[in-house]
Design a protein. Structure first.
Length: 319
C-alpha cells in the first residue's frame, strides 16, 4: 500500500480506503465482512470509513465494526484510522437528521457506543443542512474535537463557498478542517467545477466516494442487468432506466481503454482518480476479500498518457 499526506497535516491515509456504506449491515454475513476487513488491514488499508446510518439497518455497520474490534482488531487500534459521520436521517422525529448541535452530539455518542470506541480519528458533518445555521454545526464539530471524541473533523457534500466559510469558522477557534469528502468518478465530475480549487486554497485532503458510480464503472452492466445486481435487487440509488444504451456504449469504449492498460474497467476507474494530485484517498466498497484485493491492484498503474485522458473525456462527453 502507498500512503498520501492528508492536506496540510501529518496524517497519512492509504490511497484506497475501505468504505462500509454497503456490505457490512445486518443483512450481510459477518464472517465475510470480517474476512474483508482483516484482508484490508493485512494489505495496508488502514482507513475504515463509516457513518451513523450505514447498514442496513442504520447503525448496523458501526455495530458490526465494533464487533470486529472486539474480535481482535482492537489490538491494532493505534495502527488504523476510523471515521464516521452524521447528517442524514438516522432516527424518527425532529432530532434524528440534519446539522443541529442536538443531533450531532447525540449521533457521535451513539456511534462511539456502537463501535465500542473511545474516539473517532475523523468525524464528518455528512451533509450541509441549510435549515441549521452553519455556526451551530461548526461549533458542534469544534467541541467534538475539544472534548476528545474525534481527533480531526471533516465535511462532506458541502457547497464550496459554504465549506470555505466553515473552514474559516473552525480556524478562528484553532481547529482545522482536515478533509473534504464528495462523490467523484469519471462519470461524475462536479468537484472539478469549484471544489478542487477550494481544497487547494484551504490545503484540505480530499477523499472520493462512489468511485465506480454505484457499479456502473465496472463490466457488470455492459451486457445487460444481472439478476443479482444492485439495480435488479433494490434500485434505490441506481435504477434500471439509468442503464441507457448510450451509457452502455460509453462503458464499452472505456472498457477497451482499460483492456489496453491491462486493467479491468473498475481498476482503471480507481487509477484515474488516484492519478489526480488533489485526491488523497479513494473509498472503495467490497463485498468480499477477493473483490477488495482486485481493487487494490489499481494502485500499481496510476499513470495515464495525455492521449488516454483525452480519450476518456471524449467518450464521456467532457470535450
Amino acid at each position: 500500500m502507498k500512503y498520501r499526506f492528508c492536506g496540510n497535516s501529518g496524517l497519512q491515509l492509504p490511497m484506497i480506503s475501505l468504505g462500509m456504506w454497503h456490505n457490512f449491515g445486518d443483512c450481510d454475513k459477518y464472517s465475510t465482512m470480517k474476512d474483508t476487513v482483516w484482508t484490508a488491514f493485512d494489505m495496508g488499508v488502514t482507513h475504515f470509513d463509516l457513518a451513523n446510518n450505514y447498514g442496513p439497518l442504520p447503525g448496523s455497520a458501526e455495530t458490526n465494526f465494533g464487533r470486529m474490534l472486539a474480535d481482535g482488531l482492537h489490538t491494532h487500534r493505534d495502527e488504523i484510522i476510523v471515521s464516521s459521520k452524521a447528517g442524514h436521517l438516522m432516527w424518527d422525529g425532529p432530532y434524528g437528521d440534519g446539522g443541529s448541535r442536538k443531533y450531532m452530539m447525540a449521533s457521535i455518542n451513539q456511534s462511539l457506543k456502537r463501535t465500542r470506541l473511545e474516539y473517532f480519528d475523523i468525524f464528518y458533518s455528512h451533509r450541509y443542512c441549510p435549515e441549521t445555521p452553519l455556526e451551530e454545526t461548526v461549533q458542534a464539530l469544534i467541541d467534538i474535537v475539544k472534548q476528545g471524541k474525534a481527533l480531526y473533523v471533516g465535511l462532506s457534500k458541502y457547497p464550496a463557498d459554504v465549506a470555505a466559510e466553515a473552514c474559516r469558522l473552525m480556524k478562528e477557534q484553532h481547529v482545522r478542517c482536515l478533509i473534504y469528502q464528495d462523490r467523484y468518478n469519471m462519470l461524475s465530475r462536479k468537484p472539478e467545477e469549484s471544489h478542487i480549487s477550494f481544497l487547494e486554497k484551504e490545503r484540505l485532503g480530499f477523499i472520493a466516494f462512489s468511485p465506480l458510480a454505484q457499479g456502473l464503472l465496472t463490466n457488470r452492466y455492459i451486457n445487460g442487468i444481472p439478476e443479482d445486481s444492485r439495480v435488479a435487487k433494490s434500485g434505490v440509488f441506481l435504477h434500471r432506466e439509468d442503464i441507457t444504451p448510450e451509457l452502455v456504449s460509453k462503458l464499452k469504449e472505456l472498457d477497451k481503454i482499460a483492456h489496453d492498460r491491462n486493467q479491468s474497467l473498475a481498476q482503471m476507474s480507481l487509477s484515474w482518480l488516484l492519478s489526480k494530485d488533489s485526491v488523497t484517498s479513494v473509498i472503495a466498497g467490497a463485498s468480499s476479500s477477493s473483490q477488495l484485493t482486485d481493487s487494490l491492484k489499481a494502485i500499481d498503474n496510476i499513470e495515464f498518457s495525455a492521449t488516454e485522458l483525452h480519450e476518456i473525456d471524449k467518450i464521456i462527453g467532457i470535450v
